[in-house]
Write a protein that binds this ligand. Structure first.
Ligand code: SAH
Length: 236
């Protein structure tokens, strides 16, 4: 009896929304921390998109950080993932995803797969995700983890995101999680009409920008908040 109750509790916490796309985490000692993170860092700060909240309530973020950092996986700051790169702070992941206004029907391009955590959140909120990572070991690791978690709609390519993913363009939404010094024009070209792109731009001082394309392909630009991301490397 006890076992049945426990299992259904796990299901209430983990089986909402599109959660069928991935396996439920087993041996989950992190549930309480995960729910706390979502309440205090995501919901309390004004994120309202139910799909993002459900994704973050369920995703085992501890698997996306090196095991030495698993204890800190739900803290309110970025963490190192090796190769001088970081997994973004949970709030930034939620904030940037919300800016894209996804309804589940979109094809999304992400530049900077890193740990794959943002890609997994996108995988829960959009139809298909194409994510690119320039550091090959990170790319392979993220691809394997996403496959292990059951994300068949998230595709990871090892390569320089400055080129975008021309075979799959145009994209309804583009998110860049490393900071270029200028908006990469190739990515603007790969954005569909009525599409939205969010990216940090700058060197020491960086701002998050929202690039929009209207129905006629006219491009607009809006400055959002000041942020701090690792630099986008590769060729401009
Ligand atoms: N979205 C990630 C955070 C990534 S940190 C997550 O959820 O964990 C930024 C990542 O962008 C790093 O892994 C870095 O290697 C990668 N990156 C930097 N320049 C790149 C480029 N030109 N193309 C693709 N990836 C790039």
């Amino acid at each position: 009896m006890k076992k049945v109750l426990f299992l259904s509790l796990v299901c209430i916490l983990n089986c909402e929304g599109k959660m069928s796309q991935r396996q439920a985490p087993h041996n989950d000692a992190f549930i309480a921390r995960r729910q706390g993170m979502v309440e205090q860092q995501i919901v309390a700060r004004g994120v309202t998109d139910g799909r993002i909240i459900a994704a973050m309530r369920s995703l085992p973020r501890e698997k996306f950080v090196p095991s030495d950092y698993a204890d800190r996986a739900y803290e309110d700051y970025p963490l190192p993932i090796g190769h001088n790169q970081t997994i973004s702070q949970p709030y930034i992941v939620a904030y940037m995803t919300e800016i894209l206004q996804l309804d589940g029907s979109e094809k999304v391009l992400e530049i900077g797969t890193g740990s794959g955590y943002q890609a997994a959140v996108l995988g829960e909120c959009a139809k298909t995700v194409y994510s690119m990572e320039i550091v090959t070991p990170l790319c392979i690791k993220a691809r394997e983890l996403l496959a292990e978690l059951g994300y068949q709609n998230v595709h990871v390519r090892c390569g320089d995101g400055y080129a975008g993913w021309p075979e799959e363009a145009p994209f309804d939404a583009i998110i860049v999680t490393a900071a270029p010094t200028e908006v990469p024009q190739t990515l603007v070209e790969q954005l569909a009409n009525n599409g939205r792109m969010v990216l940090p731009v700058g060197k020491f001082i960086q701002n998050l920008l929202l690039i929009g394309k209207d129905a006629n392909g006219l491009v607009s630009k809006e400055k959002l908040i000041a942020v701090r991301f690792v630099p986008m490397t590769g060729g401009e």
